[in-house]
Ligand binder design. Sequence first.
Ligand code: SAM
Length: 444
Amino acid sequence: MLPIEFLDSMRQQLGPEAECLFRALETEPQTSIRLNDKLDVLSFPCDIDEVPWHVDGYYMSERPQFTLDPLFHAGCYYVQEASSMFVQQALDQYVEPNSVVLDLCAAPGGKSTLISQHLKDGGLLISNEVVRQRVFILSENIQKWGNGNVVVTHNKPADFAMHTRNLFDCILVDAPCSGEGMFRKDEEAREQWSVKNVQMCAERQRSILMDVWEALKPGGILIYSTCTFNREEDEENVKWAADCLGAEILPLHHDESWGIYESEAGYHFYPHLTRGEGFYIAVLRKSEEYVPEFKVKKVTLKNQNVEFLSEMQKWLMKPEDWAIRQADRFMTAYPMAYKELIDYLSTCLTCICTGFGIGEIRGKNVAPQHSLAMAKAMKKEAFVQVALTREQALSYLRSEALSLGSLPLGTILLTYEGVCLGFAKNVGNRLNNLYPNEWRIRKL
Ligand code: SAM
């Protein structure tokens, strides 16, 4: 049952058309995925259809059991609701690939993986999540996606205004909201909905916008999105930002056939008009008035002597593109082009994961970390590779003991359909499964 007060407010907002929305909310949601460029072709045992606003987005005629697909665990695609892939259109129209971007409300990471793909090798993404328990799934998804251009942080919005004033070319605020657009997918969203909660969300969204605004460069772009329909959390907040923060509301090009509803301040995806869940997006530009440019404060990090450096560099396709740092016995690779900035950020923000873990000292040697196997920057040829069958791959992903016949001693890179799954180590009498225990498949 949809909440009565929700029905009333949507009838006011949409008039008779609201009945079409209510009917759409009682139909089955669409499953959709966005492909990673780790893989050239992906085949599924069901029909697929292109998402018109994202070149890598596909609707699926059925929902496969993703847990049973090793390619899902290797980050070859992300199961993402189709409407939210429209963020790509805002990026294409307003954000250069060499930008520094903050995804402020990032977990579980759907939009961050999309942004990291847009930026590729030229830009840097700070992917932030304020809720502690949600940071880990965010880091996992970022690592599996495999672009090394991301720093995952765990900070409050105001921390960015304090430490990174005027830094970002673009900030995405995919705000926590009352979730009306998820009513079709998520029974809990219906149960938790109330007029009071809508007001509370609207106020919280304004305070998030206000807190982070100073971190945006003059002339920078703020993309604001929610998965809710009501005007308090959508248009009213965007107009408030235009009036009180001095932002300009920008147009977004979209094809008429996509069925996107354009209001006076932003764009709505209504499930009776577009193929996807409810979504709202608006793009704001900060005015260009002169303010001092953000200048990176030079910092010298402790422990600059990295052990096993030349050995680890052999594991990378372009070692010159990566700075490597060591903390305790763990080594991390991160983009050389942003070394000074990232070194500075790690002194003032809570950085959970910077680039990708490359190596770990074990006894007198260095061993590759799992996130290296996920990273697109890894040089596969640096390791002995063994291709697994689907059954062997699933067994590996369940962290089970492996038996793969006779293999050379030492580190083995395990692959499935040409994609890296992770490492194992042949210690002579057995093959140690090095898949991260916390990521293992628990039940099938
Ligand atoms: N962008 C994500 C994606 O595409 O996967 C979804 C983000 S979800 C809509 C909103 C996020 O905001 C949640 O992860 C939530 O924990 C976080 N959040 C909750 N309260 C917040 C606050 N006060 N400030 C910033 N983020 C908050």
